[in-house]
Design a protein around this ligand. Structure first.
Ligand code: E4P
Length: 217
């Protein structure tokens, strides 16, 4: 499973990219606004920091606007993925980019039928929003299971990018559900390294080692 960072925080990205475990990055208009920087500049910088796919979302809601913005974003770097909303125009634009060989990520997916349409449109990724479904009392992870079944039934190669991931438990559940990728905020990524028994065990080993008075080198 690929692990993407859902962020425009360059310092957090640099720190985690240094682990060699960041397979890509996703952004959205809210995260761009949070960065306080011009979008084209931020996306270009992120693309220079990771080799994998970097999702950059169009702001237009009409087909023509999406095409124009998408082409401008795609020209920034070869690893840009055009992120498009799960709307009629978004899917028609997805089909256009698929014909041009440009990678896409259909975002704001909240049902398996929407994912089916995204896959039929040739999307590279579809992003079901797990946390936002949980927020309104629906079963976010159930949607990942459903989409996995649908895509496997018909051998779609669109990748399931579990998004709106809020906790390490979400990452675990997405991996069991067969998501191809998850995108997580930096704090959730950091938490994946940790377990209280790892910390406790290491402390004990280091304490015993110090008492033994030995040296490996
Ligand atoms: C994914 O592409 C989105 O940027 C993101 O995961 C949304 O997460 P949120 O629901 O926590 O804002």
């Amino acid at each position: 499973m690929q692990l993407f960072l859902d962020t425009t925080d360059i310092d957090a990205l640099k720190g985690l990219a240094a682990t060699g475990l960041v397979d890509g990055v996703t952004t959205n208009p809210s995260l761009i606004a949070k960065s306080g920087r011009p979008m084209l500049e931020v996306i270009a910088e992120i693309c220079g920091l990771v080799e994998g796919p970097v999702s950059a979302e169009v702001a237009a809601t009409d087909y023509e606007g999406m095409l124009n913005e998408g082409l401008k974003l795609a020209a920034l770097a070869s690893n840009v993925v055009i992120k498009l909303p799960m709307t009629r125009d978004g899917l028609i634009a997805t089909q256009h980019f698929a014909r041009e060989g440009i990678q896409t990520n259909v975002t704001l997916c909240f049902s398996s039928n929407q994912a089916l349409l995204a896959a039929k449109s040739g999307a590279t990724f579809v992003s079901p929003f797990v946390g936002r479904l949980d927020d309104v009392g629906e079963d976010g992870m159930g949607l990942i299971h459903d989409i996995r079944a649908v895509f496997d039934n018909y051998a779609f190669d669109t990748e399931i990018l579990a998004a709106s991931i809020r906790t390490p438990a979400h990452v675990h559940a997405a991996s069991i559900a067969g998501a191809d990728a998850v995108t997580v905020p930096p704090a959730v990524f950091e938490a994946l390294f940790k377990h209280p028994l790892t910390e406790k065990g290491l402390e004990q080993f280091m304490s015993d080692w110090a008492k033994a008075g030995q040296s490996i080198l």
